[in-house]
Design a protein around this ligand. Structure first.
Ligand code: ZN
Length: 131
């Protein structure tokens, strides 16, 4: 984030975490590609902690999009990373590149999770057959 408080990307008067993660025009366009149309109004009108809780507590798009919490967290991480890449390195990262990466990371994490199973209340690697 900039020292002036103005967004280094769009020039908006407020550059805070919510602006970077959701409200910057480039990020809004990214979310438009991900958030179901029926949830868009709520997604955009919640602020701060309520927005985070709504997305992280299985409400967000979870009823219409599998793995919503995972997609939400990875997309937030990418929004933050893209902002910093633009500010500190002057490089652009397209929404297309981000959505492709989010999907690839989501698939990798889901596959890694499926290799673990709960044994005696603890997670441990699934034993492969024949071992
Ligand atoms: Zn901005």
């Amino acid at each position: 984030m900039s020292v002036s408080g103005h967004c280094s990307i769009c020039g908006a008067a407020v550059e805070n975490v919510q602006h970077v993660l959701r409200d910057c025009p480039e990020t809004i366009d990214l979310w438009r590609q991900i958030v179901p149309v029926t949830l868009w109004r709520t997604f955009c009108n919640l602020d701060g902690d309520r927005w985070l809780r709504w997305n992280l507590c299985n409400r967000g798009g979870s009823k219409q999009v599998d793995d919503w919490k995972l997609i939400f967290v990875i997309t937030c991480w990418w929004a933050w990373r893209r902002h910093n890449t633009r500010v500190f390195e002057g490089k652009r990262v397209s929404n297309h590149a981000i959505t492709a990466s989010v999907n690839a990371i989501r698939i990798s994490l889901t596959e890694a999770q499926s290799r673990f199973q709960l044994v005696d209340g603890r997670r441990s690697p699934t034993k492969e057959k024949g071992h």
